[in-house]
Design a protein around this ligand. Structure first.
Ligand SMILES: Nc1nc2c(ncn2[C@@H]2O[C@H](COP(=O)(O)OP(=O)(O)OP(=O)(O)O)[C@@H](O)[C@H]2O)c(=O)[nH]1
Ligand SMILES: [Mg+2]
Length: 493
């Protein structure tokens, strides 16, 4: 038997994991080492292999017969996560000869935000594992935020709803003019036509993300008047207002009139009036010098409500004070206000999480909901409307409060009462404030409830920035799933 890998006297820290990671091309996680993972777990020759697995699954039974293993399901190990900071994974497999001791050391009670399978293996199998390495697929990793947050005092919430009045430009008036030249005193009518008024148009563009730049009254320019010598007035330029892709225009009665769902799509919201004809237009055989001309027509005047269909890919929902804003600050450069009183956030804030495949996922901090929100308690309806416009949802629960599952129950009840489809959106649960002592006691009962409703649970401390990486990985998964769903919906149409 080969000598087991021994603890390095220099690296006697509890959380040491030897992990060789080849980053170019397909990363190869070849981790063979040992570690003592929890204080008190100090066994000689303790050999623990840690295999990190990314979404491309390679069944372990390909390597060693699975029947030989003892399987345990444990929810969380924070220490390991800290060590593997820059890796993204779905499952961690621990291979140890000393499973019983690890169990008794309470090691598996530590939180891991993904399912974790533990295998016990024999002395003989140990050799097979020693030389084993696992091929895993490259998964997009979130790029850590390096740039400091802006020092600019004003924090901008996202504006996703606007009521606007739009008015097309008035057409220019036609001109009444009779040509009089010294050698031709009855030169006939030469009044030019007025120019057309401009339209008010909205154009979808990827450069915009909110409606904050849209004022409540939008008026296009008027056409110029016609003048003598048959000079026509100039047509006014159209007013083009850029809006984010996915902007919907509704009439005052709530009917959807337009949905700009692709880059460059245009909606003419109010047409400009046509220019009036000058008097030359009215000359006839019997009336060679008409002294009449047209006024320019007035432009259309209409009112719309404008809404963004999707304000963010992921929405953070929770009761007031659950820590939604703190979490958004932890994962992005957004700076929503954080304070220990309810309803600190009254308008949604959006942060951007960037991944190393250049994909950006937006996360919205939605104002807190309270029981009765679907009956507009605590401005609930307007907050629920924001939730409608997120592709997937993350429920944020304050785990330090007694019976934290009740928070989840209230949130899901309110969502269901407002719109049943909201409950169908891909979701996850964040058990926040895990740094507090009470939270550790409450986590188990929350976990039971969350398992019953088939949602993944992520223990996290938004304030300390612990447990963030697995959530960002999950957020990316939710994003990919919802994009695929959208694509298939479009094809179905
Ligand atoms: N100990 C601890 N405190 C936290 C954590 N996350 C948030 N808090 C605190 O909880 C309080 C509320 O946090 P916010 O982020 O403002 O909560 P919110 O959900 O945005 O609240 P509203 O905007 O009012 O809906 C603040 O005092 C935070 O410091 C955490 O992980 N641990
Ligand atoms: Mg807030």
């Amino acid at each position: 038997m080969n000598a087991p890998i021994r603890r390095d006297s220099a690296s006697n820290s509890d959380s040491s994991v030897r992990l060789r990671l080849r980053t170019r091309g397909w990363p190869l996680y070849n981790s063979n080492g040992y570690r003592s993972l929890e204080k008190g777990f100090e066994l000689d020759e303790a050999i623990t292999f840690t295999f990190v697995r990314s979404p491309l699954r390679i069944e372990c039974k390909d390597i060693v017969d699975q029947q030989d293993f003892t399987r345990l399901h444990c929810p969380y190990v924070q220490d390991l996560l800290n060590q593997l900071e820059n890796s993204i994974f779905e499952e961690v497999h621990f291979f140890s000869r000393y499973m019983e001791e690890m169990k008794s050391a309470n090691f598996f009670k530590r939180c891991l935000p993904f399912s974790c399978t533990v295998f016990k293996f024999t002395e003989k199998q140990y050799h097979a594992f020693r030389s084993m390495s696992m091929m895993v697929a490259d998964v997009p990793k979130p790029i850590p935020i390096r740039k400091n947050k802006s020092k600019f005092n004003k924090v901008k919430p996202i504006v996703d709803f606007r009521s606007v009045k739009v008015q097309g430009g008035k057409g220019g008036d036609g001109c009444i003019s009779l040509r009089r030249l010294c050698k031709n005193p009855l030169g006939g009518p030469d009044g030019g036509d007025g120019g057309n008024g401009g339209h008010v148009t909205f154009k979808a563009t990827s450069n915009k993300t909110s409606l904050e730049h849209i004022s409540s009254v939008l008026k296009a320019e008027d056409g110029e008047k016609g003048i003598n010598r048959d000079c026509h007035g100039k047509n006014a330029e159209h007013l083009v207002v850029e809006v984010p892709i996915g902007t919907m225009f509704k009439s005052t009665v709530g009917e959807i009139l337009a949905d700009l769902n692709e880059d460059g799509a245009v909606f003419i919201a109010a047409r400009g009036g046509a220019g009036g004809k000058g008097n030359h237009y009215f000359a006839t055989d019997v009336n060679q010098a008409p002294e009449i001309a047209e006024y320019g027509a007035a432009g259309e005047e209409l009112s719309y409500t404008i809404e963004i269909r999707t304000i963010a890919h992921v929405g953070l929902i929770g009761l007031p004070n659950a820590g939604k804003s703190t979490f958004l600050r932890a994962i992005s450069r957004a700076r929503p206000k954080v304070a220990p009183y309810p309803f600190t956030t009254l308008q949604p804030h959006v942060g951007v999480v960037k991944y190393d495949d250049l994909q950006q996922v937006t996360v919205a901090d939605i104002p807190g909901l309270v029981a009765g929100a679907h009956r507009n308690r605590g401005l609930g309806i307007s907050f629920l409307r924001h939730i409608e416009r997120c592709l997937c949802l993350l429920y944020v629960v304050d785990t330090s409060l007694p019976e934290p599952w009740q928070q989840l129950e209230v949130l899901r009840y309110e969502l269901g009462q407002y719109d049943k489809n909201l409950l169908e959106k891909p979701s996850g649960v964040l058990a926040n404030k895990m740094d507090l002592v009470q939270s550790k006691e409450n986590l188990n009962e929350l976990e039971l409830y969350v398992n019953n409703i088939n949602l993944p649970l992520f223990p996290v401390s938004a304030q300390e920035g612990v447990g963030i990486l697995p959530i960002l990985h999950y957020v990316r998964k939710l994003y990919d799933v919802s994009c695929m769903k959208e694509e298939s919906d479009e094809k179905g149409e």
